[in-house]
Design a protein around this ligand. Structure first.
Ligand SMILES: *[C@@H]1O[C@H](CO)[C@@H](O)[C@H](O)[C@H]1NC(C)=O
Length: 371
């Protein structure tokens, strides 16, 4: 009697395991066999794809001519003329366009292959970007990810969920605003009076590490952690600092280098301490500098002016509603006062996806996805 019951119980368990497995792989198979289970994007306006549309913020891009080269000239809230780095990485990995977290339709099935939590003007520090209104800080983005896990818990068994998270990719492109919409904005923020650049950067890295470890505790195991670009070379910094042609604003660049040095060393430590996970450092600074100094070989002719913007370097005031953008958008590195064109985003995504260790350390996104 006992034996039969046990056997029947085992059989039921076996059947349900097989069934769940078939159901889950069936679901994944219908999605054109992507290289990762899902992509979760955390970041700022470089990767926001519509979250700020739902906020009371000046940092929005849901108006013409944003998105002029995106499908049918659709201003989705992306801060570019077309696709972002996340869109291109999704293309390379076989993941469909991620729903923005704030979109009410971003529930159930639509979030199974990932969600974009990024918010324009947001940073690592809570206060960063407050000059532009509401935004979703890195800490809040991580909390939003955690709350979405509850939805997934209804869809998957515990073990399945843990496998799914292990096979997923966390992409963090964050930190620029903690400088340009905080420390370097000395008229509106006190941080530069309180902290030396080194201390400030220490604080950023410490908080950043806390959020990465929170994502790790929630089950994520593959991380792409992008450094920040040469902030002193964006049209807005060139314009604000009256930078002569051919140069970049040195303070902003020095701070970016300082941040990146620390982030890279954090990545080394994380890889050493958490051996069941992979942390990749993305050398955004090197990649953008390479594009700027070898512009011609990448097909760019304009590197120090926005394609859509007003004033010096077309970067004093960023791209306003119904401004006329330049025609040769593929020849511009910068779309507006702050953000790259989709042509530049494509190159940056290619470097992240399949670049050499000088772009992605200790491996690239493609290699990380294959593990
Ligand atoms: C890694 O471990 C070392 C030694 O225990 C510790 O000092 C360091 O803070 C840890 N770093 C991270 C990022 O976990």
């Amino acid at each position: 009697m006992e034996k039969r019951r046990l056997r029947s119980k085992l059989l039921t368990m076996l059947i349900s395991i097989v069934f769940l497995d078939v159901a889950f792989s069936g679901l994944v198979a219908t999605m054109a066999s992507p290289r990762v289970a899902a992509m979760f994007s955390f970041g700022d306006s470089l990767t926001d794809n519509g979250n700020n549309n739902y906020l009371n913020s000046l940092a929005k891009a849901n108006y013409d001519p944003y998105g002029v080269d995106f499908g049918h000239g659709f201003a989705s809230g992306r801060f570019s003329n077309g696709k972002t780095i996340i869109d291109y990485l999704g293309d390379f990995l076989g993941i469909p366009s991620l729903p923005p977290y704030a979109n009410p339709a971003a529930t159930r099935r639509s979030i199974l292959q990932g969600v974009n939590y990024a918010s324009a003007s947001a940073g690592i520090l809570e206060e960063t970007g407050r000059n532009l209104g509401e935004r979703i800080s890195f800490r809040q983005q991580v909390e939003n990810f955690a709350s979405n896990l509850y939805i997934l818990k209804y869809k998957m068994e515990e073990e399945q969920l843990s496998e799914y998270l292990k096979k997923s990719l966390a992409l963090v492109i964050m930190g620029s605003n903690d400088y340009i919409n905080n420390y370097l904005l000395t008229s509106l923020y006190a941080t530069s009076y309180i902290y030396t650049p080194t201390t400030y950067t220490d604080i950023l890295i410490e908080q950043y590490m806390g959020q990465i470890l929170a994502l790790y505790s929630l089950g994520l195991r593959k991380f792409f952690l992008a450094g920040i670009g040469p902030l002193g070379c964006i049209p807005n910094q060139l314009a604000n600092n009256f930078v002569p042609p051919g140069n970049c604003a040195s303070l902003a660049n020095d701070m970016a280098v300082m941040y990146n040095t620390q982030l890279r060393s954090l990545v080394t430590q994380l890889n050493r301490n958490y051996t069941d996970a992979i942390f990749v450092y993305g050398n955004t600074y090197g990649a953008v500098s390479d594009i700027l100094s070898n512009a011609n070989s990448y097909g760019f002719t304009v590197t120090d002016r926005g394609c859509c913007g007003i004033g010096r370097n077309q970067g004093q005031i960023t791209c306003l509603p119904f401004s006329a953008p330049c025609i040769n958008r593929d020849q511009h590195v910068f779309w507006d006062a702050f953000h790259p064109t989709q042509a530049a985003n494509k190159i940056l995504a290619e470097k992240a996806y399949s670049g050499p260790p000088s772009d992605c350390y200790p491996m690239n996104v493609k290699q990380m996805a294959e593990i």
